[in-house]
Ligand binder design. Sequence first.
Ligand SMILES: O=C(O)CCC(=O)C(=O)O
Ligand SMILES: [Fe+2]
Length: 401
Amino acid sequence: MAPSCTLARMDIHSLQTRLRAFSAERGWEPHQNPKNLAMAMVVEAAELVEIFQWLSPAQAADLASDAARQQHAGEEIADVLVYLLQIADRCGIDVEAAVERKMALNALKYPVPTALSTAAQQVAVIDWRAVDAPARFVHSLLHTGFAVLTHHPIDTALLRRIEDEWDAWLASPAVDNCRFDPLTQDGYVGPERSETAKGQTEKDLKAFFHHYPGGRYPQELSDAALRYRAQAEALAAQLLDWVQQHAPEAARQSFPQPLPEMIAGSRQTLLRILRYPPLRGDEPAGAMRAAAHEDINLLTVLPAAREPGLQVLGRDGLWRDVPGDAGWLVVNTGDMLQEASGGVFPSTTHRVVNPAGEAARRARLAMPLFLHPRPEVRLSARHTAASYLDERLRELGLRAP
Ligand SMILES: O=C(O)CCC(=O)C(=O)O
Ligand SMILES: [Fe+2]
């Protein structure tokens, strides 16, 4: 997004170079630290205000009809801008990049309050094969944190098979042979010690199995989940490529390295197979299948479950069902993409609500794949992937505090 052609015409960088030379020739540099410059800028801003001080709002709006006053205002505006550019120069701030990034963030923070923006908050359903799929996919992620793909390359017959065998396994005593190990972070976690979403008090009403490359896998089961994992991981890598290619300039400038490089050779990508057991009616008040949360990773690939319940929180504060017809694939952004993009890609809050009626008596299976960078990858000035994951796992109670 170009903030304005005026900025481009002005060429901020060469202006800063000229200002530096101007100060050096006059021996002013020792006094021009950011603190003094900021104070001088405020004095100039006050001189600009002084021009308007006793004018009526109508007179102020009509400044152009008073040539002398208009010229005076121009001089004060120039003074303010000159100091501002010098502050940025001394602090090593790239003004153009900072403005672009701020405008992108403002657009996210203050969406246009029209019917159009309500439509923009609907998660897009996109044919993966379409020529414009990558652009539409990234647009939907930017506006809703989610996108849904149809006609994707994941084998849906394989998914049904996984659901059937894992539904039985996750509810069987065999899970005892494969319980969660906090060191390797893989294995089975039962409802009794399931996650407590950040900021929640009740545990989620779910059991799950975590699989990492080369990690433990139930020997009683077929390799269907591993085959799904390979397909999902390849698709997730392609989708991350789409994000890199179609990300707004502000996000691309924020990425410490191209996104595909972050996952190259990663063994951190997590396959989670979830079983939400049928509800018995004696669940603690307020306990939900999956309480409101954000995913930790870059992107999540999630085949639509057979049972409903997945909802996304819109920027308008309303929960909406994520479209999830049979065979569709849900994709959402996670905290790590938000961190790496300087907030341009939102990590959107979602949850799985408890069903009512007949559906409450049925289990719900889901198998998200969480795409993770290698641990040493830098996401931002604050965090590497490892430091970020560590912080979040402690919050979830999956790693000792
Ligand atoms: O069960 C689902 O559909 C979503 C699960 C989820 O959001 C998660 O495990 O992070
Ligand atoms: Fe999630």
